[in-house]
Each structure stands twice: as structure tokens, then as C-alpha cells.
Design a protein around this ligand. Structure first.
Ligand code: NAP
Ligand code: GLV
Length: 312
């Protein structure tokens, strides 16, 4: 029986992904067909999946071996009751590189105090707003996975004082690491800038709420490139109003695109990005996807399999 890899993502992705994956399949000599409309469900052994594609019910695919997500965040699929095979999340070197650039840029924006000068037309010589060195600025990274750790390496090269927070204890060079609720409070209380790069799970939903934000060092800046629902919107607006949080840069939202009537649009202390911190890059990710499928077809184990109970 032919082995088909079903590409199930929005049609707008076909133009770049189908040639990219096709090239990798022949480069890596894989005996499988890449299809968007399989002749029958039994012929499908792997599904490359994005939540905006046609497949959301996996129950009819009797020979399915694995579902490989085009996205790093898998919160939209991890709880799918019809998913009975391993789910693989995206770990793409191109995406990591993009996230490092975006996060480093956002941290530097706050650190250097760029906005005050870029927008200054007051005629005032703002000499007193000279930035300290990075070695005197504390940055907290919430999430020490493939993205969080890569961003920390970039920030470490600039000498920032770094704090990290994860679910399980970690030991990383030159970074003070914490876990648990008490650890989160410590990071929030000490950091000048905090970056959110944890996945959205039941344990992280509304991670930033009224209670946790009350521990923030006054004037904290927040950068969220994880998921919108990590933050309670109303709690953030209140914390910005009272000055507990000085500014938030948000790339992700509970509803995307962010509806025009959402109060974030009218708040000058919020920068809104349209979920572009870092996309999966076809040129690097196609290689990773095909390599993982090839390993599995040859009897090896899949890499980056999601723990369904944990949710990431
Ligand atoms: P990852 O490698 O799975 O790392 C996740 C990290 O979060 C791990 O360090 C994990 O702790 C920590 N974590 C999970 N649950 C936690 C909890 N309850 N308390 C504390 N820490 C917790 O994920 P990744 O590849 O770095 O990606 C992170 C997220 O970034 C994705 O899930 C996605 O939502 C988001 N993302 C956004 C964009 C964008 O363009 N905006 C692009 C890509 C990804 P342990 O180390 O202890 O397991
Ligand atoms: C993007 O947000 C992703 O999760 O890949």
C-alpha cells in the first residue's frame, strides 16, 4: 500500500510548503507521496497539520502513525479527542533564529528606552534619559524550552542579568533559575523586563492575573510572544493603569486578529504585533519534518513528541 503524507493546512500555505516538502522528500530519498487530497483515508500514514487546515477529525485514518504540527504551540490540537497517535510539535531552527531576533530587539527597545527618543519632538534635550548598561538590567524569561533558552543565550551575550522560570528545575550557565509559584513571584519581583515563552496549557492559562501581577516590580515591562491567554486582559489593563506595569509588547492574543474594538488598541502603553514574532520557516522546517518522518519509517523514534497530559 502506498504511504501518503497528508498536508493539512490552509490553502494559502500550499504554494510554499508543497514544493519545500517535495524537495526534501526527494533529497532524503523517502518513498512516500505528499498529498492534499488522499485517494482514501487508509493510505494516509502521517499528517502534517495546522489548525487552519481541513482535517480536525483524525478518527477515520486507520493507518495513521503520527501527526506533525506546523506550529510550536499545540494548544489547539492537544486536547482533540480523536487524536490517538503521537503528536509532534514544531522545533525549527529558522523559527528559533527569528524568535531570538524579535525578543532581543524588544528587550533592547525597553532597555535603551528607544521610544522616548524616537518620538521626541518636544525640543527638550533628554540627556537624563541615558540608558544603563545591560549588566545593570534584569530580564526574566518565563519558559526555558527551545525558544526561551535560545533567547537567553542572545541576551547573555549582551550581559543582561538573567532569571529563568520553568515547570521543572533547570541548571543553566549564568542564569538564576526558578520554578513553581514562589519562583514566578521571585522573577516578577526582581525583573525589569519579563518575556513570556511558555506554552498555553491549563497550568499556564492566566499566568499573569491580578494576584501574580501584584508581585511585579513597579514599572515592569512585559513581552508576550507565547500565547494571548497566558495573560488576563483586564488584569493587565488595570496593572498598566496604576503603573505597576509600565508597558506591554504583545504578539499574541486571545482572539486573533485582535478585534478593532478591543481596549488594547486604545492603550498607548501596549504595542500590538500581529503574531509575527517568529513563523515556522519552510526552508528549515521542511527538512526537520521529513527527517522525523524518515526516522520513524525506518523504525526509529519520533523527536519532539508532545506529552498530551502535560499539554506541551
Ligand atoms: P518548549 O520547548 O516546549 O518549552 C516550554 C517551556 O515552558 C519549558 O521550559 C517548560 O518547562 C515551560 N513550562 C511549561 N509549562 C510550564 C508551567 N506550568 N510552569 C512553568 N514553566 C512551564 O516550547 P518552545 O518551543 O520554547 O515554545 C514556547 C511557546 O512559544 C510555544 O508553545 C508557543 O505558544 C509560543 N510560540 C510563539 C510564536 C510566535 O510567533 N509568537 C512562535 C513560536 C512559538 P520545562 O522545561 O520544565 O518542561
Ligand atoms: C506560532 O505561534 C507557533 O506556535 O508556531
Amino acid at each position: 500500500m502506498p504511504r501518503n503524507i497528508l498536508f493539512s493546512a490552509h490553502q494559502k500555505r500550499h504554494r510554499t510548503w508543497l514544493p519545500g516538502l517535495g524537495k526534501e522528500l526527494s533529497r532524503q530519498n523517502i518513498e512516500a507521496e505528499l498529498v492534499v487530497e488522499p485517494p482514501d483515508k487508509d493510505s494516509v500514514h502521517y499528517i502534517i497539520h495546522a489548525p487552519d487546515g481541513p482535517v480536525s477529525d483524525f478518527s477515520g485514518f486507520r493507518n495513521l502513525q503520527a501527526v506533525l504540527s506546523l506550529w510550536a504551540g499545540v494548544e489547539e490540537i492537544v486536547g482533540n479527542p480523536t487524536l490517538k497517535v503521537p503528536l509532534v510539535r514544531m522545533v525549527d531552527p529558522g523559527m528559533v533564529e527569528g524568535m531570538v531576533e524579535w525578543v532581543t530587539a524588544q528587550v533592547l527597545r525597553y532597555h535603551i528606552g528607544m521610544d522616548a527618543h524616537i518620538r521626541n519632538r518636544s525640543g527638550q534635550w533628554l540627556k537624563h534619559l541615558s540608558p544603563p548598561l545591560a549588566r545593570h538590567r534584569v530580564v526574566g524569561m518565563l519558559g526555558l524550552g527551545s525558544l526561551g533558552q535560545a533567547c537567553l543565550r542572545s541576551l547573555a551575550s549582551l550581559n543582561f542579568q538573567l532569571l529563568g522560570w520553568s515547570r521543572t528545575p533547570k541548571s543553566l550557565p549564568c542564569i538564576r533559575t526558578y520554578c513553581g509559584e514562589a519562583g514566578l513571584r521571585k522573577v516578577l519581583a526582581e525583573a525589569d523586563i519579563v518575556v513570556l515563552l511558555v506554552p498555553l496549557t491549563p497550568a499556564t492559562t492566566n499566568l499573569f492575573n491580578r494576584k501574580s501581577l501584584a508581585f511585579a516590580k513597579p514599572g515592569l515591562s512585559i513581552i508576550n510572544s507565547g500565547r494571548g491567554a497566558l495573560i488576563d486582559d483586564d488584569a493587565l489593563l488595570d496593572a498598566l493603569d496604576c503603573g505597576r506595569i509600565s508597558h506591554a509588547t504583545l504578539d499574541v492574543f486571545r482572539i486573533e486578529p485582535l478585534p478593532p474594538e478591543h481596549p488594547f488598541w486604545a492603550n498607548e502603553r501596549i504595542s500590538i504585533w500581529p503574531h509575527i514574532a517568529s513563523e515556522t520557516r519552510v526552508e528549515t522546517a521542511a527538512r526537520i519534518l521529513v527527517r522525523n518522518i524518515a526516522r520513524h519509517m525506518n523504525g526509529g523514534t519520533l523527536e519532539n513528541v508532545v506529552n498530551i497530559q502535560r499539554g506541551y
